[in-house]
Design a protein around this ligand. Sequence first.
Ligand code: ADP
Ligand code: MG
Length: 566
Amino acid sequence: DVKKETLGFQTEAKQLLHLMIHSLYSNREIFLRELISNASDAIDKLRFAALSDDSLLEGQGDYRIRVDVDQEAGTLTISDNGVGMSREEAVEHLGTIAKSGTAAFLENLTGDQQKDSQLIGQFGVGFYSAFIVADRVEVHTRRAGEPADAGVLWESHGESEFSVEPRARAERGTSITLYLKPDCTEYADDFRVRSVIKKYSDHISVPVEMLKPATPAAEGEEEEQPAAPEYEAVNEATALWTRPRNEVSDDEYKAFYSHVSHDFDEPLTWSHNKVEGKLEYTSLLYLPKRAPFDMWNRDMARGLKLYVQRTFIMDEAEQFLPLYLRFVKGVVDSNDLPLNVSREILQQEGSVESMRGALTKRVLDMLAKLAKKGGEDYAAFWKEFGQVLKEGPAEDFANKEKIAKLLRFASTHTDKPEQDQSLEDYVSRMAEGQEKIYYVVAENFNTAKNSPHLEVFRKKGIEVLLLSDRVDDWLMNHLGEFDGKPLQDVARGALDLASESEEEKAAQEQLQKDSEGLVERLAKVLEAQVSEVRATARLTDSAACLVVGDHDMGAQMRRILEAAGQ
Ligand code: ADP
Ligand code: MG
């Protein structure tokens, strides 16, 4: 039987710890939010497990988080009666980082304190934030349903190692004691700690309690035996999404966002809705300001936090939103689903399908509203998530039109690389008689902008969208048209530019005749390389260009397949 054991932090954990301590110092009060958030998660997990096995509650079903301060000792202790941890779990969860994208995140760090603190925030601060204010942390924990002597004491000075040893614990759950650094003793002050809890943890649905201030015995009253210490809730302790919209402040919405998203930044915007009728549910959906590191990683954590009648069921419920909206964070609380719902059941439930449809519309509406508002916000959204949204028309045919309105492109109208022109903008500028929306696809913006295919369009003053993202070819193929106007790749097939006058047509015919001989000779020479040679009016300065047949694969698509070894 193992007594005390000293173990090293995983390399990534060590790096993160070190960075956290040095980069987040000016924002150090958030450690309390993180530890209370973990306590609340632990209680949610137990509440859920107890649905199928109520012996786990050990006869004590009043959930609470307690925060105790000891000014003399310079300590702060956060205790919860949640699910607790076994020895193995403590070693695993508090000694390693299991998150996907960790390596990529660490590579992105620059050493610039300001930038790095942003990045760490996006990555998720978590348990290690305790070491911003403490030079020693003790975690005393026991898993719910285990005997008292299964308790463990985890301890670390936040450098390279930690220790674990058996330590009996009568109560289930976890107590985390921070031995505060000399310049952080404000967090042993009752008043200061209360105000930080109010600020960050008001929305936590379990009570966060602190000792009631002692009331001095009134005069003439007999000195009584000191009573058992009494605790009182410091936070509001109702689930934020259950409250009416007009009673929740922006600051509360923002604080709740950091709880559900682990994001350090504020959200870009949110949408809070209660739906009644055939289906009853409440949703609170947020758009983040920044893309997570692992947005292009197949196992990126995505989905909503699912509750059924206020009871937490699971994180990352993926069934409620399509993949192209995977950046959305938030909560959905259903009144219709059974409490014992599993991921498998979610996939078959008809009501989930309806909710998914409605929530998708909500997000698209939220985006449309943001776009309509104008200004920086939509541009910021597009820069971070535009490429993901471009997956939409292929995945979600039913909402193709709505998504199309949200797309932004670079265009010859501005000739700038910023993707800030909508298809509606383009259509509003179309000349009389122009029937198609023209675009060119290239490897990068500059190549697109300087494409010889554009010469005739520039000459005639016809706008062309300049596309250079990997998904663009694919996107345009799925989109097909917008507002009844076909989308036309200028590098494909023959061009029949509308505004051609009789004169131009005659000139074109003449050109065809004059070139017959040359075309024939070229076709012979290039037989193995091209399928056809045509005389064209589409070039004004260049002598020749390559075009792709109407039904051939786009040049960009071909490159993607080539890269994939096809
Ligand atoms: P996250 O909360 O994003 O998972 P943290 O760094 O905050 O990351 O916590 C790491 C893990 O440690 C948690 O996922 C959980 O398994 C465990 N943990 C932390 N605090 C507690 C607690 N109070 N009770 C039980 N487990 C906890
Ligand atoms: Mg956490």
